[in-house]
Design a protein. Sequence first.
Length: 159
Amino acid sequence: MTVASANSPRSRAAHPAGVVTGAETAREWARSFAVDETGLSLGAVGTAEIADPTARTKHEVDLLAMAPGERPQNPRAAIALIGEAKATVQPRGLKDLERLERLLTLLANQGHRPDDATLALFSLHGFHPDVIDAAGHRRDVLLVDIGALYGDGPIHGLT
């Protein structure tokens, strides 16, 4: 499913066919708008595969942002933000936050420094009340729905 066309004023990352995915839109928002709309200062922004030796698998992450000045190749890099973008019909909930917390633990076990990382969820169809409540009480949670991505709605979290 696509989130926006390549002609969207708030999106520049497009596939060759001109289709922009939710994950690409979330990364572009983080690069271009996060600092102005949330105060978050981010360094390099991209995707990641995080090894999980216990489960003998890798986890794909839609958005991983380093702290300013950090290099992604540095095995002790500080992580500023980890996020998932979902374009499913299901609103995102606490299980999505728990997954991001688990991924931060894996990154910490690999030597990265995720102590001040923000957990970000991007959703086409909003959020369950439990995760909105969590965002209102935690300083490390950011919720961005489709309206907020395009500048037409509130961003929840980072209280």
